[in-house]
Ligand binder design. Sequence first.
Ligand code: X8Z
Ligand code: ZN
Length: 664
Amino acid sequence: MNHRHLLLSLAVATSLLSLSACKKEPTPATGTAGTQAPSGETADQFVARVNEEYRKAFPEMTAAQWLSSTYINDDSQLIAAKANERSLAQLNAWIEQAKQYEGKEMSPQTARAIQLLKLMTAMPAPKDPAKLTELTQIATRMEGMYGAGSYCTGNGDAKKCRQLGDLEDVLRHNRDYDAQLDAWQGWHTISQPMRKDYTRFVELVNEGAHEMGFADTGEMWRSGYDMTPAEISAETDRLWGQVKPLYEQLHCYARTKLETKYGADKGHVAGNMLPAHLMGNMWQQDWGNLWDMLQPYQNAGSLDITGALEAQYQQDLAAELTKHPGERSSSQISQIEHDAQLAVAKQMTERAQDFYMSLGMQKLPESYWTKTQFIKPRDRDVVCHASAWDMNMAGDVRTKMCIKPNEEDFTTIYHELGHIYYDLAYNKQPPLFQNGAHDGFHEAIGDTIVLAMTPKYLQSIGLVGEQQQSKEALINAQMRMALAKVSFLPFGLMIDRWRWGVFDGSIKPGDYNKAWWELKAKYQGVAPVAARGEEFFDAGAKYHVPGNTPYTRYFLSHVLQFQFYKALCDSAGYKGPLYECSFYGNKAAGAKFQAMLDKGASQPWQKTLKELTGGEKMDASAVLEYFAPLQEWLKQQNEGQTCGWQASGATAAAPAKPEAPKKG
Ligand code: X8Z
Ligand code: ZN
């Protein structure tokens, strides 16, 4: 395999995103104005003033949040909570002032800006100052607990503590049943102490949402889609209905392989569900790490991207070692390894930037490269969960990751740069329109590029070797993509099914864990192998719950990205089968994409979607078109199998109810 190309580093430069993105929605920055609006202000003047105050106060808020996420300690958390408190108080003041314009004549753009103002935060805050303080403290504490989460075993000299990254490595590489179970269960201990905070958090945000005129926080989250909350909820059901048969085939295939590997009894949980700790991923949202087990054909051209990136790291390490010859202390070796990790992380990021630049997009600003957190610092706790930040709406963009040389992190970099390029594009818009057309658009930009990372593209950058043109190679390539994309779909849906229920009160605090596993079973067909009672708070072990990031966006993104991909392939003049298209290097596709990014949230998303794709509905037919060969292949593989599962209980202990099984 040839890895040299990855070493040819491209010119460095960068930036990142902040509003919206993977981050909690930026709450509006602290304004200098109090709660009183100047009298006689028109709606247009009001919106102009809010935009200006928002822009001015924004950097102070993002700086506090950046510090608390990249340097977790009591002081940074205090500052971040305070900054957030000021921001949310300011937002409440603006929303209060906006009330006087209800029902008044105003331009559509002004009406849209006022509507967006009310949806600027995912964390609606109560007006009561004491409760506001309590809320921001809880929110900061929960995110800090997640970031600092550590699972320790043994005592004294034998004490060993592992954080998420180490535990994920076990699931990624180790195929020992018990080692995986220990890593999975270990990580899920870190959220046990969050339950009380989360319960209170729900009460507080619901009070805030109520004061803003929403039934509850979930309804507020569902109000950001240029359609009614009931309509978007029905849309997600409809889209899931389109892709569910495909997921069921993949599920069936994975179960069979797990049974081969671990034995008929250990390879599944009662009801034919997949054991939660064996899917190569802490949340079973991406099964790509099971490639060794699920790869359809062994000799059809290698797609071992993780292996190639690890080899790249070894090469970087060797280069660092030759810079420091002779005897080395253990701390010097640790420094050398750190330098090599940073080097490979930057090379991976340059590679991602190169794709965007090949479409005609800009180089990332120099400050991106100096201010970004590429890898996990050795001297402090940070929130490793990847995010993209726009610090000031004026070019200070950054990403925050703990990059390791593996396929998942490699594609995540492309994902994060999608946020950054969106940010940079809509920085020309007024602040209230500096957002995605809807939040699913924001999540879909980088992933659209990931779809264009075909075997051919990967070969062209030296990450994989010569690729065969064969049916077997095609199925391998499709499987690789399906393990990332198709496995994600039900997960993308279930998280907010749980939170919508928590916020509307249909899921009570005493049933948090039970409801969580019922939804995991229903949508994903996944179950734990040992009971998960209410002493656990397993939802809290997924970043977006303590981080309070709405999740429906990712489900929508996993449908939209295939629509975007198809549209860009069309723009590039591509005529072959969808799954083989890459628009790498195509300026026409780039211009079309850029035009969409430039619009930000300045118009309803349906219009933006129409400009790109010609249609104004989200639709999963592009997903099905893309995976048609794989779905056919899976059907053959699953022939004779009883596919599907029975989501009869929340734990493995519950006996499976014999429901009508579906035939593969
Ligand atoms: O959180 C993310 C990104 C940041 S917006 C890394 N994602 C979801 C997740 O990790 O759970 C990307 C895919 C789904
Ligand atoms: Zn994202």
